[in-house]
Design a protein around this ligand. Structure first.
Ligand code: HEM
Ligand SMILES: [Cu+2]
Length: 545
């Protein structure tokens, strides 16, 4: 079956995603070098970059929001249609979704580039951006919703034609992620449409910063699962096949996705442990719920590792651990994703510290936090997506991947660079260095000599990451120009035991009901109290000019 429209739609998404990542990532090494004491920002004023904070906002928005969202909506267009073996029922809806996302992106990019919206990617009011920045971000989200509707409608049509059939795992995992996104983005949609947009238009006298933060994190935590679950779709559903093995247990894989749907949203207060206006009891509840996410995370660690072990054994491994060496480390797509997993494991461990109500106070708002998020979204997710591109680009373009040696080197350099940078940032955080701060300057004022070594580590790591990223870009550009053709298909792993899937792992209803009930319990009373005491008092501030 040829799914031409779907491929075209996905190709356009990937193009925007890669361009966003390329521009966004440019600023990363600048930040890392600044931390080391090499401040290149004054020289960049001539090309329009006004400050560290403008660069940091571009870095966070383009990488964490734009690259991820465009990649994911494009990737899911393929995963759902290919595994259901059904073309989109409304391809025009998916095209319209893409156009809405691009229009939104342009609207948001203009004020970013003009240094009118350097409010960082968390857009915390009372910092205020122009109204068209907020509207642009809203359109990106609305476009991603539309793209999800198109996939859900296609699945509904498939169900009618295949009464009683079990949805294939890859399609199910993708659709669960789509639904998670539709639910959790209600927070940021409410924040922008009801407060920030009218406030920036002058229609509201002020803004309630506490309510805005709460609505932001309603979306902000599940956002990390919106990033991560597409990587899990690949780790569970594709990587075992790429490695020459099988998915160890399909029921466990499905259970993990359902649990992420259930547990992702009702725990955003773990980002607000120090916020006033939310009482300890509610924060404690969210802390407990955060720890419950440990279960699906461990299910994933176990199932994915066991799947890769089946691959190593199929390749002739006999001993306890030699299956690791037998894995196809010469394949760039595999290597990138395997390296991403290794680094991600450390991110998971650090996450337990962030989640702990009391220990969090030690690292809150310190450099530890970007140290952590580069292990998770910055590597676990991004390097996995890069690994996916190593088969997806040949699939979409019909051209062979250029330079497998370069691509492999890219992953290992990323491991070294990220290992150093992230370690440096974690250490700086433990020494009390704040995040979102020009540490090169801050050290002279309130730093200590202990900061010196981790600052150097951060700068060197960031520079190695730049080299890694250049390798990636060379591979992409050279592949696009490659004369050698290749026919590469989406890898789809079989289950080790194609046993019947229990009905409760193919049934949306109990999971959706559970999700809504948990959200109402965990957020309802606090939101009611914050809304009933809303104080629209704060004017907008521009702190970056
Ligand atoms: C070449 C690779 C990269 C380098 C060298 C790098 C470097 C940095 C540094 C040093 C910071 C801390 C700045 C501060 O707190 O003042 C930072 C922040 C951040 N980075 Fe990266 N980064 C890279 C890639 C990425 C990627 C791939 C992503 C996500 C997909 C990402 C997402 C973020 C986010 C969300 C922040 C926090 C922004 C904020 O606090 O508002 N970075 N980066
Ligand atoms: Cu979180």
């Amino acid at each position: 079956m040829i799914l031409g429209a779907e491929r075209k739609i996905a190709s356009w998404h990937m193009l925007v995603a890669i361009v966003a990542l390329s521009i966004g990532t440019l600023f990363g090494p600048l930040q890392a070098l600044e931390h080391m004491g090499i401040n290149l920002y004054p020289a960049l004023q001539s090309v329009g970059l006004q400050s560290y904070y403008q660069g940091l906002t571009l870095h966070g928005v383009l990488n964490a929001l734009v690259w991820t969202t465009f990649f994911i909506t494009g990737f899911f267009t393929l995963t759902v249609t290919y595994t259901l073996k059904k073309a989109l029922v409304y391809p025009m809806l998916s095209w319209a979704a893409f156009i809405v996302m691009v229009v939104g992106l342009v609207m948001a990019a203009i004020p970013l580039l003009l240094n009118m919206a350097s409010v960082l990617y968390t857009l915390y009011p009372p910092m205020q951006a122009p109204w068209f920045y907020y509207l642009g971000l809203t359109l990106v989200v609305v476009g991603s919703w539309m793209s999800g509707w198109s996939l859900l409608l296609t699945w509904a049509a498939w169900r009618k034609e295949n009464k009683g059939a079990t949805t294939p795992f890859i399609a199910l995992g993708s659709l669960i992620t789509v639904v998670l996104w539709q639910i959790c983005t209600l927070g940021i949609a409410a924040e922008i449409l009801v407060m920030l947009l009218p406030w920036s238009l002058g229609l509201l006298p002020g803004v309630d910063a506490q309510l805005a933060r709460t609505l932001f994190w309603f979306t902000g935590h599940p956002l990390v699962y919106f990033w991560l679950l597409p990587a899990y779709v690949s780790w569970y559903g594709m990587l075992p096949k790429q490695a020459g093995g099988k998915l160890f247990s399909e029921p466990l894989a499905r259970l993990a996705f359902w649990l992420f749907l259930l547990l992702s949203t009702p725990l955003g207060f773990h980002h607000q442990y120090v916020d006033p206006g939310i009482s300890e009891g509610w924060k404690y509840l969210h802390a407990i719920l955060t720890f419950s996410v440990f279960f699906p995370s461990m299910l994933t660690a176990f199932t994915v590792t066991a799947s890769l072990e089946t691959a190593g054994r199929a390749r002739g491994a006999k001993g306890l651990l030699d299956w690791i060496l037998k894995l196809p480390w010469n394949e760039p797509s595999f290597t990138a994703q395997a390296v991403a997993m290794i680094i991600f494991a450390f991110g998971g461990i650090g996450g337990i510290i962030n989640a702990s109500y009391n220990v969090n106070l030690v690292i809150h708002n310190t450099a530890w936090v970007p140290g952590h998020l580069h292990l998770t979204v910055g590597t676990g997710v991004t390097l996995t997506f890069i690994g996916i591109l190593y088969w997806l680009l040949p699939h979409l373009t019909g051209k062979a991947l250029w330079g497998t040696g370069w691509a492999r080197a890219q992953s290992w350099l990323w491991l070294v660079g990220m290992g150093l940078m992230s370690n440096g940032l974690h250490r700086l955080g433990l020494l009390g260095a704040p995040r979102r701060t020009m540490l090169g300057v801050a050290t002279d004022n309130y730093g200590t000599p202990d900061w010196l070594f981790p600052r150097l580590e951060t700068g060197i790591g960031g520079t190695i990451l730049l080299v890694s990223f250049i390798c990636f870009l060379v591979v992409v550009v050279k592949t696009m120009m490659n004369k050698e053709t290749a026919k590469v298909e989406m890898p789809i792993a079989e289950a080790l035991q194609p046993e019947g899937i229990p009905a409760w792992l193919n049934n949306w209803q109990p999971w959706l009901v559970g999700t809504v009930v948990l959200i109402v319990i965990a957020y309802g009373p606090v939101l009611v109290s914050l809304i009933s005491q809303v104080q629209l008092v704060s004017p907008g501030f521009n702190v970056w000019k």
